[in-house]
Design a protein around this ligand. Structure first.
Ligand code: KG4
Ligand code: ZN
Length: 466
């Protein structure tokens, strides 16, 4: 952590505003904010080492006495880190007041994946409408909100920018505090909304298009990374398999492969299980992808012909590949989860749950197989419903609520923030520090980081506060 110290002052904020506002506008904003929350004076600064009128950190005790009971909070969550534009309004008692997702299915089909510039344009087109719809469905207006939460990373910076700009505009106009959210933490914490009695510590498997993480969640904002992928994530492997098999990509590749796999023989093709020789909790899906591509090429399948128009023989060949791929892709998850349970139980013997979340966690085969592993180890599986596994605004709002309750948020931005303000976006942002025993040599070449982990930032801020 020591090596992070020089960068802390600028990165400690959950959502730093790097463009310096005029002093007058900053003071006005803070006054409005204090008025709204009946705060007598700003407390110790949270963002910077030097006190600034825009930097305030409020302890949870102060929060409770000023904002009222937890159940009074209503938070808007905004998510634009990849290809879904999502917003939701959630109450701190766990009630989901609204949930809106606009997906870029047509673009996915057109470009065979997420094209950042196109995705940014698509987000910009719908963001106002999505947020408005979330408010309307909740039957609320902006001034009824307690705070705005928004994903600031990891993700595509062009896309993150759209959500963060919208959140800051809204928070500035209505003098609302703002919480910058870690996308992967949000995938994990939404399990605590679904299962309210889920207490820390617990183990988490996060499986999505860009991430494959095994995390020990010790406390809110305190995560240990037991394993990650050394190349691709499982969702990427599902998406490419779907593309090569000529499947309908409109609902994204994963669900299409899952559906076709039901018709296939999972033992028909002997794909090799990745990383058998690595006795750690890391993943690799690039090799399995290549095996699938080779199987498609040698199987006289023409992905140009959609599966819906394929002969029954051709369809069967595709289904066999889908099923065989899925069996091995998930076997890889099972093996690494078993080891992670072993490791996590040594670090935190009281763990009782494995949370599985992220888009791929909506897959029924994945759930069933992981449930067996979990039961064998006398743990309980917690899987959010599919709508809360794939990217959504609820998880962002909920994570905002969790941190807001702890006083981890930034005061409202100035209402006249310039269009070209430099924003704090964190496209590459680890959730926790790596577990030393879990380091993979294979991964060391790909460790370039931009931001210190969320956990190290929170721990450093807590040290500063004490
Ligand atoms: O979490 P998510 O919505 O977005 C990212 O943060 O990446 O995950 C999207 C990924 C995609 O790769 C998609 O194909 C995959 O989750 N996915 C699935 C299923 N539903 C979504 N993969 C397998 N089976 C599914 N049913
Ligand atoms: Zn995601």
């Amino acid at each position: 952590m020591a090596s992070l110290a020089p960068t802390l002052s600028s990165t400690i904020s959950r959502l730093t505003h790097l463009h310096k506002p005029s002093l007058q506008s900053a003071i006005t904003t803070l006054k409005n904010f204090q008025f709204k929350y009946k705060l007598s004076k700003p407390t110790r600064p949270f963002l910077n080492s030097s006190p600034s009128p825009l930097s305030a950190h409020f302890s949870s005790a102060q929060m409770k006495s000023t904002i009222g009971s937890d159940d009074d909070l209503v938070v808007l969550g905004i998510e634009t880190s990849c290809d879904d534009t999502a917003a939701a309004v959630v109450r701190s008692n766990g009630e989901i007041l609204s949930q809106v997702v606009s997906s870029q299915a047509d673009l996915l089909v057109q470009y065979g994946g997420v094209a950042p510039k196109m995705a940014e344009e698509a987000h910009s087109k719908v963001i106002d409408q999505v947020v408005q719809e979330a408010l309307d469905k909740a039957n609320l207006s902006e001034s009824d909100l307690s705070a705005v939460a928004v994903t600031i990373g990891p993700g595509l910076s062009l896309c993150l920018r759209v959500g963060v700009k919208k959140a800051r505009k809204l928070a500035g106009t209505y003098a609302l505090p703002i919480v910058g959210v870690h996308h992967m933490e949000a995938h994990a914490l939404v399990a605590r909304l679904v299962q309210r009695e889920l207490q820390f510590p617990f183990l988490v498997l996060l499986i999505s298009g860009g991430h494959n993480l095994l995390i020990l969640a010790r406390d809110l904002g305190n995560y240990v990374q037991l394993g990650t992928t050394i190349d691709d994530a499982i969702g990427e492997a599902y998406d490419k398999t779907a593309k090569w098999l000529g499947l309908d990509l409109r609902k994204s590749g994963g669900p299409a492969v899952e559906e076709l796999a039901r018709e296939g023989d999972a033992d028909s093709i002997k794909f090799k299980v990745p990383m058998k020789q690595h006795k750690d909790c890391n993943f690799s899906y690039a090799g399995l992808k290549t095996q699938v591509r080779l199987a498609v090429e040698s199987g006289s399948i023409n992905p140009g012909i959609p599966v819906s128009s394929a002969t029954s023989e051709d369809r069967k060949a595709r289904a066999n590949i889908a099923a065989s791929f899925q069996r091995v892709a998930v076997l890889h998850l099972e093996e690494k989860c078993e080891r992670a349970i072993e490791w996590a139980s040594k670090i935190e013997p009281s763990i009782k749950h494995l949370v599985v979340s992220g888009g791929v966690a909506s897959n029924q085969f994945v759930r069933a197989r992981l449930n067996q592993i979990v039961e064998k180890n006398c743990l309980q599986l917690v899987c959010p419903p599919p709508k809360l596994c794939t990217d959504n605004g609820v998880m962002v709002a909920w994570t905002g609520i969790e941190h807001f309750r702890m006083g981890r948020f930034d005061p409202p931005p100035p209402s006249d923030e310039p269009e070209d303000a430099v924003l704090d976006l964190r496209p590459r942002w680890p959730l926790g520090e790596e577990y030393a025993e879990g380091r993979s040599d294979a991964r060391s070449i790909r460790r370039a980081r931009i931001h210190p982990s969320l956990t190290s930032l929170i721990q450093a801020s807590m040290l500063q506060q004490s």
